[in-house]
Structures are given as C-alpha cells and as structure tokens.
Design a protein around this ligand. Structure first.
Ligand code: PEP
Ligand code: MG
Length: 578
C-alpha cells in the first residue's frame, strides 16, 4: 500500500487515526460503508422493514385519495408506484447486493436504482422511458425510511475510529453526524469559516477541508492519520509514522486533561480584569459541552439549525421548548438566541418555496433581511424566544444588520410579538435585551445609531471578514485570501470595540476569531471583555486570559492597529504573544 500525504486546511485541530469511510458527493443519503458478515442479516431485515413501511405509506395515501374527490389519475399514479415497489428488481435485488458486497442497505438500493434508471433510459417508447422518474421517487421513499432508522454504524474496532471522507458536505449533512461518532472529517471543498467547518468543529473532532481530491485518492477502509492542527492527512502511514502520531495524540490528550482543571476558575487577566467566556451552540444538545467547559453563558445560539434537515418548519411550541431547554439549562447565566440566519449556505427544504435561488446568496435575502421579508415566520420565532425568556436569562441577537431601518423594523416586530403575548396573558421578560450582530463593514462605520437603539452588540468576524475582503467564506478557491489579520479587519475590530466602550454598551466577538488563542491578546488589547466561541476552545482561551495583562496589551495592539505592512503586523503579534 502506498503511503502519501494530502494537504488541506485544518478547520478543527487535534489528531485522529482511523479507517476511511467514503460518502458520495454532497449527500449523505447514500453513505457507503462495509458491514461484517454477521451484520448482513440485520441489514437485510432493515431493508425489508423500510420497504414494508413504504408499502403502508402508499396504502395510506391511496385510501386517503380514493375517499376524497381527487382526480382518478392520482390513484393510477400510486398504483404504478405500488407496482414498482413490489417488483423484485427493487424490493429483492438490493438484498442480494447487501449479502454479496457486505454493504449498507442505502448503498445497495442506490446501486440498484442506478441499474434500473440505466435500463429505463434505453427504452425507445418515450412514455415508458419517463417512468424512470417514478422508479427514482419510489427508491427515494425507501431511502428516506432507511435514513430514519440508521443501521449498524460502520464496524470499527474499539481502538480504530472511522474517518469520513466526502467531496463536499452541507451544514445540514454535518449536523446529522452529531450522533454518529466519527473520528475526523475530510472534504475536498470547503472554506475555513464555512458553516460546514464550524459545525465540524462543534463535533470536537479534527477536520481538514479543501483537500481537493481526497475523495478520489482515498479508498474505503484505508488507514488515515488526520492532523487538523497541521492541515495534513497521511494515507496508509508506515509503522514509524503511526507510532509517532500515537505519541503526539497522547500528549494532546494529556494537555486537554490538564486544561479541565481550569473549568471553574474565574477568567481574570493578570491585572484583575474579568473576562466573560461564553459558548456558541447550534442545538440544545450542545449545552452539556458548554457547561462541561465552564461557559459563563451562551453568547450565540445559532437558532437556524433547528430549521435544517427537516421537511416542515418548527412550530412556535417546538421552538419554545428548544429555547426554554437552553434557558433553564444555563440557569441564570445569559443565553443569547440569534434569530434565524437562514439563506447563503444554510437552507431549509421547507423554505425553498419561500425563497428564490439568489444569484449571490451571501449578498441576498439572508438573515434579518429574510426574516423581515417573512414576517409571519419571524413573529413565530420572536414569540417563542419571548416565551422562553420567562424561564431564564434570555436575550435576542439579530444577525447581519446593515442599516438602522432594519433595527427599527425588528424592534417593531418584537413589540408586536410582545403585544400578542400580553393579549394572551402569556408570561415573558418585558425588559428582554436586544442586541445586533456587527458583520458588515457598513455597520462598524455607522455604529453610532446601532449603539443608540440596541442593548448590546456582537461582532461576527466570520462574515465581517467575508464582506470586508470580498472573499466567500465557503469557497475554498479563495480561502487563501481569507485573512483575519488583514489590516482592514484589525482596524474595523478595534474601531467597533472602542465605539462600544465609549457608549458603555457591552460588545462581544462571536466569530471564530474569539476561539483562537493566538488572537486572544490582540482582542484583549483592543479592550474586548466578552468572547463567545465553540465550547471546545473555552478552556484554552481561559488559560491564555489567565496569563495575559489587559492593560499591558494595549500599547502594542495600538501599534498593530496602525501597521499597514502585514509582515510588521505579524512580527508585532508574535511579540504580543511571546
Ligand atoms: C459570524 O459571522 O462570525 C458569526 C458568528 O455568525 P455565523 O458564523 O453563524 O454566520
Ligand atoms: Mg455571521
């Protein structure tokens, strides 16, 4: 076996050693993994069950249709689906594939569907040829059922983890992995602060994106070392390299254990300035990790993740339960719920009808713009957040504000939501704090008005960098231009933080920069006292805060702020960190 290395961009640090599991392009629906001989019977049974469920589903649809006054062709259409489902080529052949290839049911079915589609494409009769769409629809129904009940996870020896290798993954794909225990992630595409990378990071496993051709070069089951901190993947390592990495892995584990001792220690600089270290979460499930790492609150709850991977929008009650769970889980600590930031790289199937495909989604109807264009949806969320505010220390954060008009409209919506709750006699915190995200350069340059109308601010550096440097954060082709230390970014950050300090309004950084230890002193020197980051980074940032002098950082950061030359800027930063 040839050993080789692949380079990409490490978006989540650490080392993982495990076997590759390839998933096909962009979609997890056709995950492919091998199963052991002993798992074959259970996998066949899982497939049989899924087919039976779809049979029942079609029967249900059929009786619902025939009892109403729907046109007769719907019934006929369902009959065709019924016939396809019960044909041995769809309901039996995949079982043989599972047994012969020792693969998972989804993969067996997808392979068989491809065979059938090809056969249909060769039919001369155009009507019959078009029936291939029905085959795909029926096959997808079964696939969906299979996915609803994942089978045996790829077999992994206790000491061997599984490493997922994909061409590309959407944030929605990655969020599904929260319950699968992958050791690491690799993708061909992806930018450093794409939401895919952020979610991968939230799984707390090493991840390397932008590897260009990992999916094509790596084969299923090959042994991999993923070194997220050094942006490298080693395929089929030899024994010496493997031993060296196992040693490094142990050292990292040891350092992590040591850090845990800082969990309950207050985050205070050497000169006694208290720093709030808050957590970013995507779902209520992330809460235990935030608590385990000593978060002093939730600085960013990316609520739009409640929307992903589903056919229907979450109801007000469903949202309320999710927000309340987080509010109660954090007791009296602040819980900052960001209103939906949908659009750009986070899409929901159920919303597709509402939003058109924008020519440039990152500059389109995203975040607060989308919410203001869909007032019903926005109002539902605001009511849910307000209701949850009765159960904890909840505050509202509005993403991607560009102008004062948007603030006014949002505040008016919040007032309407409050009014409707009052009318219904439902309890909520009447004085709930409302903050805005500073993610667009225009917002920094016109921040005075923001400070007058809002209770607090939070800088989303991921987007601020994207919009200032005109670099798509999700596009690996330009990821080398994505630079948090570009002089323009440093100046915008310093300007935003100093303006908020003058106005005596709290300001946080909740983009990925907040979790980077190498930037902690830079931000402290700008006067930042609120950092919100992925929970996995909380303790290492706390350690850095404990070793830093708030006042002493200021003069050197002032020199960094004035530096135009990137080399000089980096040299000064090195001095600050030494
Ligand atoms: C940001 O843009 O920095 C941010 C925190 O929001 P998101 O990453 O979810 O866009
Ligand atoms: Mg953002």
């Amino acid at each position: 076996m040839v050993s080789f290395a692949l380079h990409g961009v490490g978006v989540s640090g650490g080392i993982a050693i495990g076997r590759a599991q390839l998933v096909s392009h962009a979609t997890l629906e056709v995950a492919h993994y091998t199963i052991t001989a002993r798992q074959v019977a259970a996998e066949v049974e899982r497939f049989t069950l899924a087919v039976k469920e779809v049979q029942r589903e079609l029967e249900g649809l059929h009786s619902a249709l025939t009892s109403g006054d729907s046109p007769g062709e719907f019934g006929a259409f369902l009959d065709v689906h019924w016939m396809i489902l019960n044909d041995a080529t769809l309901s039996e052949a995949p079982k043989r594939i599972i047994a012969e290839q020792h693969c998972n049911a989804e993969w067996a079915l997808t392979q068989q569907m491809a065979v059938l589609v090809e056969q249909f494409e060769q039919i001369e009769d155009s009507y019959l040829r078009e029936r291939k769409a029905d085959v795909v629809q029926v096959g997808e129904r079964v696939l969906k059922r299979l996915m609803g009940r994942p089978g045996a996870l790829p077999p992994a020896k206790a000491e061997e983890q599984t490493i997922l290798v994909a061409h590309d993954l959407s944030p929605a794909d990655v969020i599904q992995f929260k319950h699968h225990h992958y050791g690491a992630f690799l993708t061909d595409l992806g930018g450093v602060t794409s939401h895919t990378a952020i979610v991968a990071r939230s799984l707390n496993v090493p991840a390397v994106v932008a590897t260009h051709n990992a999916r094509a070069l790596i084969r299923d089951g090959e042994l991999l070392i993923v070194d997220g901190s050094n942006h490298v993947v080693i395929v089929n390592p030899d024994r010496a390299v493997l031993a060296e990495y196992r040693l490094k892995q142990n050292e990292i584990d040891l350092a992590r254990q040591k850090l845990k001792r800082l969990r309950t220690k207050p985050a205070e600089t050497l000169d006694g300035v208290h720093i709030e270290l808050l957590a970013n979460i995507e779902l209520p499930d992330d809460l235990p990790q935030a608590v385990a790492n000593g978060a002093s609150g939730i600085g960013l709850f990316r609520s739009e993740f409640l929307f992903l991977n589903r056919d229907a929008l979450p109801t007000e009650d469903e949202q309320f339960e999710a927000y309340r769970a987080v509010a109660e889980g954090m007791e009296d600590k602040p819980v900052t719920i960001r209103t939906f930031d949908l659009g750009a790289d986070k899409q929901n199937e159920a919303l597709e009808g509402l939003s058109r495909v924008a020519p440039n989604p990152a500059l389109g109807l995203r975040a607060v713009r989308f919410c203001l264009a869909e007032p019903k949806l926005f109002l539902t969320q605001l009511r849910a957040i307000l209701r949850a505010s009765h159960y904890g220390n909840v505050q509202i954060l509005v993403p991607m504000l560009a102008s004062v008009g948007e603030i006014d409209q949002t505040l008016a919506m919040i007032a309407r939501a409050k009014e409707s709750l009052r009318e219904q006699g439902l309890p909520f915190n009447r004085h709930i704090a409302v903050g805005g995200m500073i993610e667009i350069p225009a917002a920094v340059l016109a921040m005075g008005a923001f400070l007058k109308k809002l209770d607090f601010l939070s800088i989303g550096t991921n987007d601020l960098i994207q919009y200032t440097l005109a670099v798509d954060r999700a596009d690996e082709a330009v990821s080398h231009l994505y630079d948090p230390l570009h002089p323009a970014i440093v100046r915008l950050l310093a300007l935003a933080i100093s303006q908020a300090a003058k106005a005596k309004k709290p300001i946080a950084v909740c983009g990925e920069m907040a979790g980077e230890v190498e930037l902690t002193r830079l931000l402290l020197g700008m006067g930042l006292k609120h950092f919100s980051m992925h929970p996995a980074h909380l303790l290492s940032v706390k350690q850095r805060v404990l070793q830093s002098d708030f006042a002493a950082a200021k003069p050197i950061v002032e020199r960094i702020r004035r530096a135009d030359d990137p080399q000089k800027l980096h040299a000064l930063l090195d001095r600050l960190n030494s």
